[in-house]
Design a protein around this ligand. Structure first.
Ligand SMILES: *Cc1c(COP(=O)(O)O)cnc(C)c1O
Length: 356
């Protein structure tokens, strides 16, 4: 008798690392591991979500009509150019499903956002990671050189997660114009609201006269709705329409849609919070440099310590002190969170620095 066989799973899944979420913080630890917004929802946003919860027996508006209309007005684009999804990761997955399958390639910088290689392989396509420069920048020349006849999609993460580095306007425009026009370029701007460097372009300006450029945005970071799972793409109609076909039907709940609309209406209040986080980032970066760390000029809500093989050890020291941070093989990413949590991280960094 042969042993019972389990169901046959697609062999491509064997190569997929399981997505590792930021470690949940214990009750008394500060969670600086997932680039979340430390501020709880604004009262008006919470009320909108609670009101929507009263209709949980109904499916959400599948077209996201109101959210789409508000976004279209906010960004000065046609409603047909907007496609919403279950977080921008959900939208990114829909973009890959719309463009790439077995035999096709998806190019992205590495290290960059964890989800890129995973969602590429889920679609059966081949990830083509292109190493960052020594300074943590996208190597756009190398990415261009990595484009082949099989390339269907390129992710550009600006600012880059986890290094925080940005790509400036002239350099990005040169890249966009050099990529073949039948390859979709997705500019992932999950952290754009935290950028203070005036040389960084806004993807919405770049996509308008480039049919192969798609802007990816999220409500998870600056808008503080990570738990709601809502993000969106701005792209020309063929791409936006394709996203509506490949997205999970009814994926964005009514709670998420209504909370996102309320957030857009409360944008001024939310951006005051973003300003405070950017100030806190300046404090953290200044303190780290004073301690002797050489770190990239982060334009996002996190900082990056390139600790190499000591990354796990550093993360353990942080956890011991009550802050959860995010170690990678190349370094450690620390989100800008509550002031007290940031300060605890800084004291761990100072002690660690002294014995390096
Ligand atoms: C956090 C993050 C996102 C946002 O993901 P959501 O699914 O919208 O929560 C997208 N891209 C990058 C690079 C990120 O770091």
């Amino acid at each position: 008798m042969t042993a019972a066989q389990g169901p046959r799973l697609r062999p491509t899944l064997d190569g997929i690392p399981t997505y590792k979420p930021g470690k949940p913080a214990g009750a008394d630890a500060y969670k600086l591991s997932s680039n979340e917004n430390p501020y709880e929802p604004l009262p008006g946003v919470l009320e909108a979500a609670v009101a929507a919860a009263g209709k949980l027996n109904r499916y959400p508006d599948m077209a996201g009509t109101e959210l789409t209309a508000v976004l279209a007005e906010r960004f000065g684009v046609p409603a047909e150019h907007i496609a919403t999804g279950t977080g921008s990761v959900g939208v990114a997955q829909s973009l890959i499903l719309a463009t790439a399958g077995p035999g096709d390639e998806v190019v992205f910088a590495w290290r960059s956002f964890e989800a890129y290689p995973i969602i590429t392989q889920v679609a059966g396509a081949t990830p083509v990671p292109v190493p960052l420069t020594a300074g943590g920048d996208h190597d756009l020349d190398a990415m261009l050189a990595a484009v082949t006849e099989r390339t269907r999609l390129i992710f550009v993460c600006n600012p880059n997660n986890p290094t925080g580095n940005v790509i400036h306007r002239a350099e990005l425009e040169r890249f966009l114009d050099a990529v073949p026009s039948d390859v979709l370029i997705v500019v992932d701007e999950a952290y754009i609201e935290f950028i203070r460097d005036p040389e960084v372009p806004n993807g919405v300006d770049l996509y308008r006269d480039r049919p192969n450029v798609c802007v990816l945005r999220t409500f998870s970071k600056a808008y503080g709705l990570a738990g709601m799972r809502v993000g969106f793409a701005i792209a020309h109609e063929p791409v936006a329409n394709a996203l509506r076909k490949t997205a999970v039907p009814f994926g964005v709940t009514q709670l998420a849609q209504d909370a996102a609309v309320a957030s857009l209406r409360a944008e001024d209040a939310l951006m005051v919070r973003v300003d405070a986080l950017v100030e806190e980032r300046t404090r953290v970066v200044t303190a780290l440099r004073a301690q002797g760390w050489r770190i990239p000029d982060s334009q996002a809500n996190f900082v990056w310590l390139e600790l190499g093989e000591r990354s796990q050890e550093f993360a353990a020291a942080c956890a011991e002190a009550g802050v959860i941070v995010r170690p990678f093989p190349e370094g450690v990413r620390i989100s800008i969170g509550e002031v007290e949590g940031n300060s605890i991280f800084l004291s761990v960094a100072e002690a660690f620095r002294k014995e390096l």
